[in-house]
Design a protein around this ligand. Structure first.
Ligand code: BES
Ligand code: MN
Ligand code: ZN
Length: 485
């Protein structure tokens, strides 16, 4: 899909040929003398149009415009949430209509967050998954022309949003693919594809190399499956070697059956999304190749299936992680932390400026925060604050949860250095406390995206989160290379 930003007056907008023109009308709308403005003013006067977000007035071939369809849409003050609400309503109304070229016009100077929201909302609503359909009906929308009166002011925001959308769509694609079309080997192939892009390189480790590194914890999860594990290492080199990289680690469980501690059947299919963290890392690299910030980023993806078999790891087994710490596997369904801990230890070799892991880690996080905000944990205040702020800016929200040492009490066991589960209470936090044991050598943050990575029910599908948050964070860091993480 193609995006363009242009400064244009309403007279020029009216003569623009397109399948649909959406005019975003704010409360502070000032009527001009042109025909389109007069139409809007009349509609407001007649109370056929309200400027509240979500309120729409749809017209077909009005004489005032060259567009087939015109939708006047209220946007209140034109902030991100209001623009998103307005455009989501408009595009829901246009569903089923083959729109190839869409023009969205801000009828007052556009705010930066409004522009960002417009790009995201249109991309989101027009995305369609087709990979495993025999007769794919892809996205019909080919072009979004965003019209504002102040293009030079919002150009940077617009370009960043377009770069993020490209990463979000790659993340959606891989997270949506069923587990038999997104095996660890196929994820590795996707990473190799990314390495064809500028400044990106990739290496992939298999079972032998991983065994040599001593990743006994990761290997224990993989051993119940016939699909060989993959440990993917992506690099984005946008700055000289002297710049310490930021490391992103994505949980890449391509299917989570729970293992011997098997999950109940209802909704088990959704565990194909258990590699959404990995998909978000792939997405971030795609965005980086477009936005080209001056910084270094490493992406690590420990990927395998969590299945049951005669060789599967059993409750009570004690395994040895790459860090040397022994782990009692009390529940084989708490496998995410077992693959992540070895990736965290591996991250030490990069002497990172910060490490952020992204994982669909706990049902408990979904219970705590629902589908609105991801769970955020950080071992350092400024890292936590920077990630939180990036989430707000990108409208990809998260919320800090605590890391008090008292939460780690339940992980104690007499049979190993640590157990992989504590009780039911505070499950998202005890999982984070488990991970924290492997992060002593660098500033560390953890995003639990169990509630936000995909939607269930009729709108089942990956969201591409938290690519927006992560790219926003990285871009802000690259602008301040000497600041703390
Ligand atoms: N992948 C799941 C977490 C999950 C569950 C995400 C449902 C989204 C929806 C993870 O591997 C898991 O099974 N976690 C267990 C941990 C428990 C055994 C301590 C959970 O949350 O039930
Ligand atoms: Mn699990
Ligand atoms: Zn899992």
């Amino acid at each position: 899909m193609n995006f363009e930003l242009k400064s244009m007056g309403l007279v020029a907008v009216a003569s623009e040929k397109c399948d649909a023109l959406v005019l975003l009308v704010p409360e502070a709308y000032k009527t001009g003398k042109d025909d389109l403005s007069q139409l809007v003013a009349q509609a407001i006067k007649d109370k056929d149009l309200e400027t509240r977000p979500g309120k729409l007035l749809a017209l077909y071939r009005p004489v005032q415009a060259n567009a087939l369809r015109v939708v006047l849409a209220g946007v209140g003050e034109g902030n991100a949430k209001q623009v998103r609400t307005a455009l989501t309503a408009v595009l829901a109304g246009l569903k089923g209509t083959a729109i190839k070229k869409l023009v969205v016009c801000f009828a007052a100077p556009a705010r930066e967050d409004g522009v960002r929201a417009a790009v995201h909302a249109v991309a989101d609503a027009s995305y369609t998954y087709t990979t495993t359909k025999s007769k794919p009906e892809g996205r019909t929308l080919q072009k979004l022309l965003l019209v504002v009166s102040n293009a030079s002011e919002v150009q940077g925001t617009f370009e960043r949003a377009v770069g993020i959308v490209s990463g979000v769509e790659l993340a959606k694609e891989w997270a949506n693919r069923p587990a038999n079309h997104a095996t660890p080997s196929l994820l590795a192939r996707a990473a190799h594809e990314l390495a064809k892009l500028p400044k990106i390189s990739c290496t992939v480790l298999g079972p032998k190399e991983v065994a040599k590194l001593g990743m006994g914890s990761f290997m224990a999860v993989a051993q119940g499956s016939d699909e060989p594990l993959r440990f993917i290492v992506l690099r984005y080199d946008g700055a000289t070697k002297s710049h310490a990289p930021t490391v992103l680690i994505g949980k890449g469980i391509t299917f989570d059956s729970g293992g011997i501690s098997i999950k109940p059947a209802p909704e088990m299919d959704e565990m194909k999304f258990d590699m959404s963290g990995a998909a978000s890392v792939l997405g971030v690299f795609k965005s980086l190749s477009i936005l080209k910030p001056a910084m270094n980023v490493v992406g690590l993806i420990p990927s395998c299936e969590n299945l049951l078999s005669g060789r599967a790891v059993k409750p009570g087994d004690v395994i040895t992680s790459m860090s040397g710490q022994t782990i009692e596997v009390l529940n084989t369904d708490a496998e995410g932390r077992l693959v992540l801990c070895d990736a965290l230890t591996y991250a030490e070799r990069f002497k990172p400026r910060a490490v952020v892991d992204i994982a669909t880690l706990t049902g408990a996080c979904m219970v705590a925060l629902g589908g609105v905000r991801s769970g955020l944990f950080a071992s350092q205040e400024d890292l936590g604050a920077a990630l939180f702020a990036a989430g707000e800016a990108a409208q990809d929200l998260c919320w800090r949860l605590p890391l008090d040492d008292d939460y780690a009490e339940g992980l104690k066991t007499g049979f190993a250095d640590v157990a992989n589960v504590a009780g039911r209470a505070g499950g998202a936090i005890t999982a984070a406390k488990f991970l924290q044991r492997f992060t002593e050598k660098f500033p560390w943050a953890h995003l639990d995206i169990a509630g936000t990575a995909w939607k269930s029910g009729a709108a089942k599908g990956a969201t591409g989160r938290p690519v927006g948050l992560l790219v926003e964070y990285l871009m802000t860091q690259s602008a301040h290379p000497n600041a703390s993480p």
